[in-house]
Design a protein around this ligand. Structure first.
Ligand SMILES: Cc1cc2nc3c(=O)[nH]c(=O)nc-3n(C[C@H](O)[C@H](O)[C@H](O)COP(=O)(O)O)c2cc1C
Length: 210
């Protein structure tokens, strides 16, 4: 088997994994993939004592950085903010001499309690998920990274076991295709999420339930 085109780092953040239904299964769907380094931030740094050099080294060693987390208060669980504040240092990630992340790709994988229709201009949340994720997108771009459309599992609280398994299958198929450079993310550029119909059908066939 030939080596994967891209190496993938999954930064996984869930503060109460024992209560998780969706992120737990999504994480399990990709953790053993060849070419993927799976990094559970709350497990590694339960007291938020992030080892900056260790994480900078990991970021340097990978091409595609995945932030996987539940959507909490229109953002991420707290450890990912701490991670950004500590690891993305001036002169390393951005600013003069800060070129360590240039040319890498970043993608978010999120689960929301709200339904997809709630994330529209007329819906409960008033803004689309792409609009609400802008701070992450800008952070990636300021560091010279290409920010891909996010993988979003909307309505996570109402998912049954089959829905969760299907999302896990789609997540793995998309990550494998990105890793092997078989997926053009611009296919989803005008979509709210990368796991949209055209992308998933192109990877899993016409029978995919999207
Ligand atoms: C502290 C907290 C904040 C949350 N904020 C949001 C939110 O802003 N928008 C939303 O759609 N869901 C929100 N939720 C629901 C979570 O996104 C949902 O519980 C999660 O996606 C389920 O994934 P899991 O089974 O892996 O825990 C929130 C949940 C918690 C506990």
């Amino acid at each position: 088997m030939s080596a994967p085109a891209l190496s993938v780092l999954v930064l996984f953040a869930h503060p109460a994994l024992e209560k998780s239904r969706v992120n737990l299964e999504l994480g399990e769907a990709v953790a053993d993939m060849p070419g993927v380094t799976f990094c559970d931030l709350y497990e590694l740094y339960p007291a938020f004592d992030i080892r900056v050099e260790e994480q900078q080294r990991l970021l340097t060693e990978h091409d595609l950085i995945v932030l996987q987390h539940p959507f909490y208060w229109y953002s991420s669980p707290a450890i990912l903010k701490e991670y950004q504040d500590l690891v993305l240092q001036h002169g390393w990630a951005y600013g003069t001499g800060g070129t360590a992340l240039q040319g890498k790709r970043m993608m978010q994988v999120i689960t929301t309690g709200g339904s997809e229709s709630a994330y529209t201009e007329d819906g409960l949340n008033r803004y689309t998920i792409r609009e609400l994720l802008r701070p992450f997108e800008r952070t990636a771009r300021l560091c010279g990274m290409d920010y891909l459309p996010p993988f979003v599992a909307f309505g996570s609280l109402r998912m049954n076991a089959d829905d969760i398994t299907r999302h896990g299958r789609e997540y793995r198929a998309i990550l494998e295709a990105l890793r092997d450079d078989r997926l053009d993310p611009s296919l989803a550029e005008d979509q709210p999420r990368i796991n949209c119909g055209p992308v998933v059908r192109s990877l899993l066939g016409e029978a995919a339930d999207v």
